[in-house]
Ligand binder design. Structure first.
Ligand code: PMM
Length: 290
């Protein structure tokens, strides 16, 4: 999943694709580099960002979704607003990615349920201003699992079909670097939720921390793509359904290699019995995008 942030202020690529034409062009580049899906968002969720108003979000997102869908791209819309989801779906989006897991807007779940589109349920304790609120955990994996489980129950109770639900641990959202690393170390436990898993580590703060070492300064976000590709390979190996990244080429290669190794393992361990883990986890992948 390649990212197009149509925002002036996103954490790692704010301002670069703020104009519709540039955003569509960038989405097509991501597809040419190997993205199966392009995630279009018009609202920055970086810590401290204030919410963009609805008309502005619609103005940013809908033309980009329409432009990419018209080119045959499988588009996901990254929004917490039901109105934006509805109009993006009408403009050709195939999937709704809501970082609030349906909490920010009571109309979101009914809108997605009615459309039949897949829905990404991300874990985040504080979806309003403040970003990193309530980031205190005793057992981060257990608590994220329980809280995601509750959100999935709510989404299913709202009429979204179980085979349309994707879950995401929400790296960096109400989590510090240690929490993010612990969650990545236990992706296997998130599979217990029984839904495809999306992992969005791209350029995030925890990677800056890891690369900086104990004394150093974190490298800027755009210098974290090699580290992102490494996480992508590990996430694919752990059975993730998709990884959400800003720079697609290196990650697409990393995922291909991880898949090939899984395929080789399946071939040698249990001939004919095992498909690669990543391939088994792709119920929502639309056909023919790559
Ligand atoms: N992170 C960001 C935006 N959207 N969506 C999902 N499902 N999961 C995430 O972790 C996520 C997201 C923030 O990243 P960006 O502003 O650098 O794109």
């Amino acid at each position: 999943m390649g990212v197009v942030n149509v925002t002036p202020d996103s954490f790692s690529d704010g301002g670069r694709w703020f104009d519709t034409t540039a955003a569509v062009k960038h989405g097509l580049v991501l597809v040419s580099e190997g993205a199966d899906l392009v995630d279009v968002g018009g609202e920055s969720t970086r810590p401290g960002a204030t919410r963009v108003d609805e008309d502005e979000e619609l103005r940013r997102v809908v033309p980009v979704v329409r432009g990419l869908a018209a080119e045959g791209v499988l588009v996901s819309v990254d929004t917490m607003r039901a109105s934006v989801a509805r109009q993006a779906l009408a403009a050709g989006a195939a999937l709704v990615n809501d970082v609030s897991g349906g909490l920010a807007d009571p109309d979101m779940i009914p809108v997605v349920a009615e459309s039949g589109a897949p829905f990404v349920v991300m874990h985040w304790r504080g979806f309003l201003e403040g970003g990193n609120v309530k980031g205190v955990y005793g057992d981060v994996v257990g608590e994220v699992l329980d809280e995601l489980h509750a959100r999935v129950d709510a989404v299913l109770a709202g009429g979204i079909s179980p085979d349309r639900v994707v879950v995401d641990p929400g790296l960096g959202f109400s989590k510090d670097s240690g929490h993010d690393l612990t969650l990545l170390a236990h992706l296997d436990r998130l599979h217990a939720l029984g839904h495809p898993l999306l992992v969005a580590a791209s350029r995030k703060r925890f990677l800056g921390r890891v690369l900086a070492g104990p004394e150093g300064a974190p490298p800027p976000a755009r210098e974290r793509d090699a580290a992102t590709a490494a996480v992508s390979a590990l996430a694919a190996h752990a059975g993730a359904w998709a990884v959400r990244v800003h720079e697609v080429r290196a990650t697409a290669d990393a995922v291909r290699v991880a898949r090939a190794i899984e395929g080789a393992r399946a071939g040698t361990d249990a001939p004919g019995a095992q498909a690669p883990q990543a391939a088994r986890n792709t119920p929502h992948r639309a056909e023919g995008t790559r």
